[in-house]
Design a protein around this ligand. Structure first.
Ligand SMILES: Cc1cc2nc3c(=O)[nH]c(=O)nc-3n(C[C@H](O)[C@H](O)[C@H](O)COP(=O)(O)O)c2cc1C
Length: 243
């Protein structure tokens, strides 16, 4: 493994942070590196809103389901897909952008690639990170708080800071379960790999005081529930075309 792969392989979400702020120079260095992420036709359809105000951070903690790290991490960002910058460029020429689901998807993919690059940049500096999907719990309230213009779609939050815990790495699927040659595998093969992973994960949880817990058990609770059903209507209200 080279140095970059070692940083990637060490990743572990951090949820307890020391109070130290992340220096602006470090953030700038990491943003400069991360923005070199590939971008579909180089449209760069994303932005990052850092929230520094203490009251706003406390409110965001509430809005994201009382996640303490949102308030306590050294830095907190809202990662947004965005088509607003493009609208300004078109408007300057008296034109309108051709928004559709594809342009929305491009923006979401661009923003996500940038965010993961940013996570790696911070982690390579020894910082811990935690993505916050809870930012989509109440997007209207988040939008009001951040005063985002039309065409900017908050996707998830990102906490960054000095770790105040050292959790063990969480198990992942074996590469065979997600790296296929030529064709998707048979359902029987996939079932075997799922069972293998569940055994590994169950041992991991049992060793950490959670006997009986499995990967599929936790997953089932998540995937059999329809979550955050108001998200598409919110994005549409901000100008996204989702059909
Ligand atoms: C888009 C996204 C949203 C997430 N949202 C949250 C969140 O709201 N709160 C949280 O504690 N962790 C969140 N996570 C972290 C995942 O729970 C974590 O990555 C996963 O359990 C695997 O653990 P690991 O990152 O430590 O390997 C999120 C991760 C991603 C990629």
């Amino acid at each position: 493994m080279n140095e970059i792969q070692r940083v990637m392989s060490k990743h572990c979400t951090i949820r307890a942070f020391r109070a130290d702020p992340v220096p602006t120079e470090t953030i700038e260095k990491c943003v400069r590196a991360a923005r070199q992420a590939a971008s579909s036709s180089n449209v760069q359809a994303y932005c990052l809103v850092q929230v520094t105000d203490g009251h706003e951070r406390a409110r965001l903690r509430e809005l994201t389901g009382d996640q303490q790290q949102v308030e306590e991490a050294g830095a907190f960002f809202a990662v947004c897909a965005e088509e607003h910058r493009h609208a300004l460029i078109a408007e300057a020429e008296g034109k309108q952008t051709g928004r559709n689901f594809e342009s929305f998807l491009v923006a979401v993919i661009d923003a996500t690639l940038f965010a993961q690059n940013l996570v790696l940049a911070f982690e390579s500096e020894g910082y811990g990170t935690c993505y916050i999907g809870g930012l989509r719990n109440d997007l209207e309230a988040v939008d009001r708080l951040l005063e985002l213009p039309e065409g900017v779609y908050p996707l998830f939050g990102l906490c960054v800071g000095i770790p105040d815990e050292t959790p063990a790495k969480r198990p992942r699927l074996d590469p065979r379960a997600l790296w296929f040659e030529g064709r998707y595998p048979t359902d029987d093969e996939m079932r075997d790999w799922i069972a293998e992973h569940d055994d590994r994960a169950a041992r991991y949880y049992a060793e950490r005081g959670n006997p009986g817990r499995t990967w599929t058990g936790g997953l089932l609770r998540k995937i059999t529930t329809r979550l955050r059903e108001s998200v598409p209507a919110f994005y549409a209200s901000k100008g996204a075309r989702l059909q």
